[in-house]
Design a protein around this ligand. Structure first.
Ligand code: FES
Length: 417
C-alpha cells in the first residue's frame, strides 16, 4: 500500500502536514502498512521502527481513535476548532487516496413542518409590509413637495421613515428565514489552492444547489415571491429620483423679495428703524424686508445686515452700481450701509463683525469681507463681495430699500462665476 496518511493507522482526520506522516517517510508508511495488514499492534511496531516523525502514527495506532493525539510531535488542536472527526469540508479531499468521504447531508425539510409553515407566513408578512413601506417611500417622494423648509422637513421625515421601515422589515424577514427555515449546520473548510480544479467546481456546484434546495427558496414560493415583491420599490426608486433634475430654477436664484419701498425691519422684534436710532458707529443689526420676516423661504435669500460707520471710513464710489473694492455712496444713508447676509461662498449667514478692522466674517469657512470697501473678499474661499442693498429713508424717516439687489445673492454657481 502507498497510503501514508496517518488516518490509516488510526489517527483519523489529521492531515499529513500536521502529523508529519508524509515527512516521516518510511517510518510512517511502514506503520500504516503494518497497521492495515496485521492490526493496530503491528502498526505500532511499524511506527517504532521508523524515525521520530513516525511516533504520531504509532500513537494513533495504539489509541485507534479520533481523539486528541498524544505523544511527542503530535499536533495540538487550537481551542475553538472542531475535533477532526467532526470537521467537514465542502471540497473534495485530495490529501489521500483513501475511500471517498461520506456524501454531504443537509436536511431537506425542517424538523417541524407545521412550525415551518407558520414561520413562512411570518417571513412573508415581513416582506409584504416591507413592500408596502417601499411603495410608501415612492408615494411620499411623489406627493410631498420640497418648495419650503417645512415641506423639506416633512419630506425628509417621510422618506427616511418609510425607507428605514422597508430596510428593517427586510432584515427582520431575512433573519427569521435564516434562523428558522434554513438548517443549522456548521461546516469547516481547509485552505486550498486559489485556482479551483474541475472537482472543486463540481463540488461547489453541488453545494450551491444543495444550499438553494435546503434554504427553501425554491420550495416555498410564497417567501420567494414576497421577497421579490418587497424589493421592487427599491429597484424602481432611482427612477423617481430623476425627477429632481427639474424643474429649472428660472430666475429664482437671481432675485430676492427686496424691492423699492420695503422697510428694513429689525430681525427678532420686527420694528422699523430710523437712522437716528442707529447712530452708534461700529454697530451691526440684522434686518429683513417688511412683510417677509416670518417667511423662511424669502428670508433665506433676503437677510441683510446694516452697519454704521464714522464719516470718512467708507471707500465710496459715486457710480450707481457696485465697483470692486468700493461702496456705492448713494445706496447708503448717513454712513449706514446694507449688505446681503448670505455668504457668497456656500450661503452661510455671515454676521460676525470685527469692529476694529471692519471685517464681516463667515463662521463656516472663514471667508472675510471688508465692510468699508464694498464688502470685497479679503480672505477665505468666497470669490465675490457681499451684494450691497440700495437703501434710503421714507417719508416717516424709516430706513427702506430703494431698489432690489442688482446682483444675485448667495453662493456662486456656474452661470455666475
Ligand atoms: S459659507 Fe461662508 S465661507 Fe463658506
Amino acid at each position: 500500500m502507498s497510503n501514508a496518511n496517518p488516518q490509516g493507522s488510526g489517527d483519523a482526520g489529521w492531515p499529513e502536514y500536521l502529523t508529519g506522516g508524509g515527512q516521516g517517510g518510511h517510518g510512517a508508511g511502514a506503520g500504516s502498512e503494518a497497521g492495515s495488514e496485521a492490526g493496530s499492534e503491528a502498526g505500532s511496531a511499524g511506527a517504532s521502527a521508523g524515525d521520530g516523525a513516525s511516533s504520531a502514527g504509532g500513537a494513533g495506532s495504539s489509541t485507534g481513535s479520533a481523539d486528541q493525539p498524544i505523544g511527542p510531535g503530535a499536533p495540538r488542536r487550537v481551542i475553538g476548532t472542531p475535533p477532526p472527526a467532526e470537521a467537514r469540508t465542502m471540497l473534495p479531499d485530495h490529501s489521500h487516496d483513501g475511500p471517498a468521504p461520506p456524501p454531504r447531508e443537509l436536511p431537506a425539510e425542517p424538523d417541524d413542518p407545521v412550525r415551518a409553515n407558520k414561520v413562512e407566513l411570518l417571513v412573508a408578512a415581513c416582506f409584504i409590509l416591507a413592500m408596502l413601506a417601499g411603495f410608501g417611500f415612492l408615494v411620499a417622494y411623489g406627493t410631498i413637495g420640497v418648495g419650503s423648509i417645512v415641506k423639506v422637513q416633512h419630506s425628509n421625515w417621510a422618506l427616511g421613515g418609510t425607507l428605514g421601515v422597508t430596510m428593517l422589515l427586510l432584515a427582520i424577514g431575512a433573519t427569521i428565514w435564516v434562523r428558522h427555515l434554513m438548517p443549522t449546520v456548521e461546516r469547516t473548510e481547509e485552505r486550498h489552492p486559489m485556482k479551483s480544479d474541475a472537482k472543486d467546481i463540481e463540488a461547489f456546484k453541488e453545494t450551491f444547489e444543495e444550499g438553494a434546495d435546503t434554504s427553501q427558496f425554491v420550495k416555498r414560493p410564497l417567501v420567494r415571491r414576497s421577497l421579490i415583491a418587497a424589493t421592487i420599490p427599491l429597484a424602481v426608486a432611482p427612477l423617481f429620483l430623476l425627477r429632481d433634475l427639474g424643474p429649472l430654477p428660472g430666475d429664482s436664484l437671481d432675485t430676492t423679495v427686496w424691492r423699492k419701498g420695503l422697510r428694513l425691519l429689525i430681525y427678532g422684534t420686527g420694528r422699523p428703524i430710523t437712522p437716528a436710532e442707529f447712530s452708534s458707529p461700529g454697530s451691526l443689526v440684522s434686518v429683513g424686508p417688511e412683510g417677509y420676516l416670518d417667511d423662511d423661504d424669502a428670508m433665506a435669500k433676503a437677510a441683510v445686515i446694516i452697519i454704521k460707520f464714522r464719516p470718512g471710513q467708507l471707500y465710496f464710489t459715486n457710480e450707481n452700481h457696485p465697483v470692486p473694492g468700493k461702496t456705492v455712496k448713494n445706496w447708503t444713508v448717513d454712513n449706514i450701509v446694507a449688505y446681503s447676509k448670505v455668504c457668497t461662498h456656500l450661503g452661510c449667514p455671515a454676521a460676525l463683525y470685527d469692529q476694529v478692522n471692519h471685517h464681516i466674517l463667515c463662521p463656516c469657512h472663514q471667508s472675510t469681507f471688508d465692510a468699508t470697501q464694498g464688502a470685497r473678499v479679503t480672505f477665505g474661499p468666497a470669490t465675490r463681495p457681499l451684494p450691497q442693498l440700495p437703501i434710503g429713508v421714507d417719508s416717516q424717516g424709516y430706513l427702506i430699500a430703494t431698489g432690489p439687489f442688482n446682483q444675485p445673492v448667495g453662493p456662486s454657481f456656474w452661470e455666475r462665476g
